[in-house]
Design a protein around this ligand. Sequence first.
Ligand code: 8GP
Length: 819
Amino acid sequence: MPKNGQTQQFDKAAFQAAVEKHLTTTYASTADTATARSWYLAMGKALAEISTGNLLATEKNLAEQKARSVNYLSLEFLIGRLTGNNLISMGLYENVADAMEEMGQNLTDLLEEERDPALGNGGLGRLAACFMDSLAAQEYPAVGYGLHYEYGLFRQSFVDGRQVEAPDAWRGLEGYPWEVLRPELNQEVSLYGHVEAYTDENGVECRRWVPGMTVEGVAWDLPIVGYDNKSVYPLRLWECRSNAPFSLSRFNDGDYVGAQYSALEAGNVTKVLYPNDNHEQGKALRLMQQYFHCACSVADILRRHEAAGNSIESLSELETIQLNDTHPTIAIPELMRILLDEYKLGWDKAWEISSKTFAYTNHTLLPEALETWSEALIQQMLPRHMEIIFEINHRFMKLVEQTWPGNNEVKRKLSIIQEGPQRMVRMANLCVVSTYAVNGVAALHSELVKRDLFPEFNELFPGRLTNVTNGVTPRRWIKYCNPGLSTLISEKVGDDWPANLEKIAGLEKFADDEAFQKRYMAVKKENKQRLADWVQENMGIELDTDAIFDIQIKRLHEYKRQHLNLLNILALYHRLLNDPTFDMHPRVFFFGAKAAPGYALAKDIIFAINKVAEKVNNDPRLGGKLKVVFIPDYRVSLAEILFPAADVSEQISTAGKEASGTGNMKFAMNGALTIGTMDGANVEMREEVGDENIFIFGLLVDEVLKLKQEGYDPYRYYHADSLLRAALDLLETDEFTPGNPGQLAAIRHNLLDGGDPYLVLADFADYVKTQEKIDAEYRDQKTWARKAILNTALMSKFSSDRSIRDYANNIWKLEPVSL
Ligand code: 8GP
């Protein structure tokens, strides 16, 4: 347990009094009648009092020290439940458990009352949350800027196997106990209108934006508590409200709804998180969200900068702004607008400041995820920003002309404006041109960014494109979610590993120690039991913890290839029923995944897995060897049960498509062995653990490209491989949908006649073979235990503390400042 300043300051009686006070005055309840939820809320409020005090002290200290800070701008922060995690960071877990016990309350039960703040879709949002944790743990001055969505990512349930979405009111009726309103930080945001030219008092020709409407940005802070230190950084979430609630004249005319129309409109802006992962839809309201987020955040950064007595010329010395993907790109023209139109700095000076302030992280190469916005839409909503984007592009095109004289093809390719029937603004190009650093998120991905996505930019701006391999926080993803393993690790390497994950390498020398292997596997077994109990209780499926727990949890997407996993399950089903010589170790295949509501094939894949699960889980002919469990409403709090319980981690994307992956790291830290392609961070994980401790299969990036160039024919694999044929053909029968043949046929059709865009069939045979190898190796529990221990021991590179140090040293040039 960390013993930091907060532990020493903890006054049990005062804390209990604060809980009681909130129970009565905030939640109108009494100790004898309060529900578990009221107790949880009151406890949360009492804890937030402590963290808010430290948040204000941290802000003051950083302003006084004139510390250089990073501002992490992201439309998503998938933070998960804060209470348990913050208690660990504050070093107060035991103290608070004890204090609550005395009040007749069990802390573990109270923690279950918290709803996950699901303010993100998947990898990109969860990365932002891990990064905030690592910034605070290492005291690199930081502010996270996001949106205060009223509804987070939808809640998922299954009705007859099909995904059904419901709104996620994560704050409940009472509000979230950790959030604090910061009314003094509110901002006014402009939209629409036109641009006008005018001559200023010095006779200089100027331009300015005359907005058509304004809305109000309301600031909410969530505390990001530094592990084992006193610093608390804000995750500042902006909520949009109307600042003109209704027009009095219209109200008097009896037009009650019309009078509140602007209030309704403004309230919509931060109403809901767009539920797309690795896909953009180009909706006007989404652009409004993005601009609203950026306008509030940039204004707040400038407010802080000036309040600390700093000149605008020194902005890039004291502040850097990291853009988490292109979603906050509009912050660039917004800062330029303020520097030009409000500070009147002139283009060259404004550009110098702005381009030294921003850096950009790319998270995907998938073309459908690369954002473009219609020029007409930006022109209408943000007319001055469109002018500024044109000017940036005009100057950039001159540079391209100097470098490649007369080459119109390269100009067309690099231009921020994409020509066509509808001109579009390419946000990624705007980012590369306007930032001082662009990074990919794993070594392979960053190479592909340079080689395939932006080769000319790499030539034009040598050194700008770089890599920072992703990581995950060991506090949440080992210490908090896997207490059994944590105790074991601390016993062997000391208890400071959560803040210094390099220490975990000390486990390597116990990999062959039989006594240690037994204890390590006993912890795994307990974690499998915890998951099995959850499944029994919530889904009514009974599981055997001697079976291999094989888990694929991530968003549902064709490129992640849950359907490759499904085809192997169908192949096993076929062999168990038709091949008397076939034997397998019992295995449970777990899935957890949400599909974007408009993504039909992804939803079909969920339906198919659920239908197959229904059948195999109840088919006595299988002798209990094969089970399939699709966990509904997969979210961070369920991930905390799933990662520690896995024997096998599925990381099976088509090579070149998964930028990094971060679930892969969480599994391996918790002792699951990976079955994976040479994609994303799998490549670097293999480097760390060695080829014998990971199961790699499938085509390499260049083999994928070559096969596609040569003309990929999925039928070739279908005809050549009888097992694949059997698996695919099962999808056309009514085997899993009795009386309704063809209900699962869309997947087969997509793979055979739809061209199999993600080469599922090409990788099938090698995948099946590698799964057989896993089956054989699992039977030798000693060797398996050794490999699992080595996975835990050799994962230190994938701590997000290391990622953040890479950003701080190589990109942001940031120094830690302790409180
Ligand atoms: C994800 C990548 O798919 C994943 O490989 C990576 O680990 C993660 O980012 C963090 O770097 N990308 C996205 O989630 C993504 O691009 N989402 C945007 C479209 C919303």
